[in-house]
Design a protein around this ligand. Structure first.
Ligand SMILES: [Fe+2]
Length: 188
């Protein structure tokens, strides 16, 4: 996909992540490639571009030059806003993959919700789905496998473990809504 928005997203994400966090970059490039494959499920071109740009940038908040609070969805979104990147993409990054639940556990939910609108749409579902079905090295996972992988990677008393346990039901619902978008003959 060659558009101004998507190209700008790729250039920024590559600059901030590819050298400093190569493993994270592998995950991000695989999430973005999946978003590009699934984007044709969205009828409106602006939605397809927003999906791919947000997929490319969803984890930019981990980058050393971007991180601020240590909560990567908010850090990435604030940074995108500071450089005047498209507001819708910043908001999709802010709320990606049920960030509000982790924000609540970190005492950052009021800030997140005050600063960025949460979009409930097929774009949101597809973005979360692409993230949820891509492992840390870019491998393909089912949503259940990904949830298990994250649970194992983080200890039982970690915020991330608590977040994933609270979000598992929501993630199942996202997967069902996305699978309903697929044409019957083409499961992925
Ligand atoms: Fe993320």
């Amino acid at each position: 996909m060659q558009t101004g928005l998507v190209n700008a997203a790729r250039a920024l994400a590559e600059r901030e992540l590819s050298e400093s966090l190569p493993r994270r970059w592998r995950h991000v490039t695989a999430v973005a490639a999946k978003a590009e494959r699934l984007a044709p499920l969205l009828p409106a071109e602006r939605d397809r571009h927003a999906l791919v740009a947000a997929a490319v940038l969803h984890d930019v908040g981990y980058a050393p030059m971007v991180t601020e609070t240590g909560f990567h969805p908010l850090d990435g979104a604030r940074w995108l806003r500071s450089i005047k990147f498209e507001d819708r993409v910043a908001a999709l990054v802010a709320h990606h993959t049920n960030a509000v639940v982790e924000a609540e556990l970190r005492g950052l939910d009021a800030d997140l919700l005050a600063e960025f609108d949460r979009e409930d749409s097929p774009v949101t579902d597809l973005l979360w789905f692409c993230d949820l079905t891509t492992g840390p090295d870019g491998q393909d996972f089912s949503v259940q496998e990904r949830v298990e992988e994250v649970r194992e990677r983080y200890g039982p008393s970690s915020v991330v473990r608590e977040f994933i346990d609270r979000s598992a039901g929501t993630f199942d619902e996202v997967a069902k809504r996305v699978e309903a978008l697929f044409p019957p003959s083409q499961p992925m």
